[in-house]
Ligand binder design. Structure first.
Ligand code: UD1
Length: 364
């Protein structure tokens, strides 16, 4: 019996872990699993609600690390995770994504010689000012099994000298959850509750430190979003970090930008999948919009998910108001109805392939 210890920490980890745990549970004759939550995200809206909606088992262990600086968060997770790992002695530690909890737990495991599997390996923005880029590169360097979403990720790892035997392309785990939850989302009342008509609004998310932690950058982006909102309403379920910064800097949402509390997965899926376009600095949403063919404008200078631009519906537009508006206008004119396709292996069966790789690459 292989014992798997799964780690989650922050909101975007939860939709990735849900299908993996379900697929492991389906092979309970061969596999056992436990779930550790570092507690990096702790609000019900950022964590608990997703456990309920996505039917993720209650964490066996919650490390309760909470918010803090990068060093505090990473160090607290490492200190709290080490005794858990020593006591549990799993065959695999499975980490997902690129948040501080991902790197912290991978580092602890590698020092204790416990094999680490990294789901969503190989993505690179090549922008070392992003904390996630540091987390991605370092986690991949120490993980034993690199489970990638797409060929560009394989190529990045090979360029970094990773032995190709450690790389398994499994596809995009976010899409497993998206496909599983779509029917449920179609029953959500969120559009009616907000008085919205399908395709008559834009959905916005914004939380990257580079966009929201600097008052000038945030003011600049807010002005651009105000212009977008003159063309169509902008619905903005806001991350707590962004709300806190807006308050701190005294920046109000421009007219036409409706700021809401963070939404659960199902309502938010129903919201963005009915939007005319999505504006975001999230990583996951770039992929999800590509899976459903919704135009996406990424409010960042770069992306670690270039396949969403090459094959999907994503455009990287940065934070320059003119560029954002030009892209919005061309979408509204229908000019972006260009050919796009769902990348290979983004098919809803990534979790099964991950489980197959964990079994196939386990230490004898
Ligand atoms: C983290 C990840 C980021 C991911 C994002 C998704 C890192 C380096 N960043 O960023 O990659 O895209 O999660 O949400 O790991 N807060 C709350 N309640 C919570 C959690 C956070 O109010 O439950 C507030 C706190 O003020 C906190 C701030 O949000 O200081 C930032 O949280 P943190 O986990 O440090 O980073 P995120 O911006 O959420």
């Amino acid at each position: 019996m292989l014992k798997i210890l799964n780690v989650v920490g922050a909101r975007p980890n939860l939709m990735k872990m849900a299908p993996i745990m379900a697929a492991i549970a389906r092979r309970s004759g061969e596999l056992s699993q436990i779930l550790v939550h570092t507690g990096q995200h702790y609000d019900d809206a950022m964590s608990g609600a997703f456990f309920r909606e996505l039917a993720i088992p209650h964490p066996d262990i919650d490390l309760g690390i909470g918010s803090g600086t990068h060093a505090q968060q990473t160090a607290r997770a490492m200190l709290a995770f080490e005794p858990v790992l020593v006591a549990q002695q799993p065959d695999w530690v499975v980490v997902v994504g690129d948040v501080n909890s991902t790197l912290a737990c991978a580092l602890v495991a590698s020092k204790l010689d416990v094999a680490v599997a990294h789901v969503e390996a190989g993505l690179r923005s090549f922008d070392w000012t992003m904390p996630e880029e540091v987390n991605r590169v370092l986690t991949d360097r120490i993980a034993r099994l690199l489970l990638t979403p797409s060929a560009d990720a394989d190529a990045n790892l090979e360029r970094e000298g990773v032995n190709s035997k450690r790389i398994v392309r499994v596809g995009n785990i976010m899409i497993d959850t998206l496909m599983r939850q779509l029917e449920q989302a179609r029953r959500s009342r969120v559009l009616d509750d907000l008085g919205l008509r399908a395709r008559a609004f834009a959905a916005l998310t914004l939380h990257r430190p580079s966009n929201v932690d600097d008052p000038d950058a945030l003011r600049h982006i807010a002005a651009a979003l105000g212009e977008v909102a003159r063309r169509l309403p902008v619905i903005f379920p806001a991350h707590p970090r962004t709300l806190a910064r807006m308050r701190e800097f005294g920046i109000a949402a421009p007219p036409g930008v409706r700021v809401l509390e963070p939404m659960g997965y199902i309502d938010f899926l129903q919201l963005w999948s009915n939007a005319r376009l999505v504006l975001t600095d999230s990583g996951g949403l770039q992929e999800e919009t590509t899976a459903l063919g919704i135009p996406c404008l990424t409010l960042r200078a770069n992306t670690e998910r270039p396949i969403t631009v090459e094959q999907g519906t994503n455009q990287v537009v940065g934070s320059d108001p003119e560029r954002i508006l030009a892209a919005v206008d061309s979408i509204l004119r229908g000019e972006l109805a260009r050919a796009w396709r769902v990348p290979e292996l983004w098919d809803g069966h990534t979790a099964e392939r991950i489980v197959g790789a964990l079994i196939g690459h386990a230490r004898q």
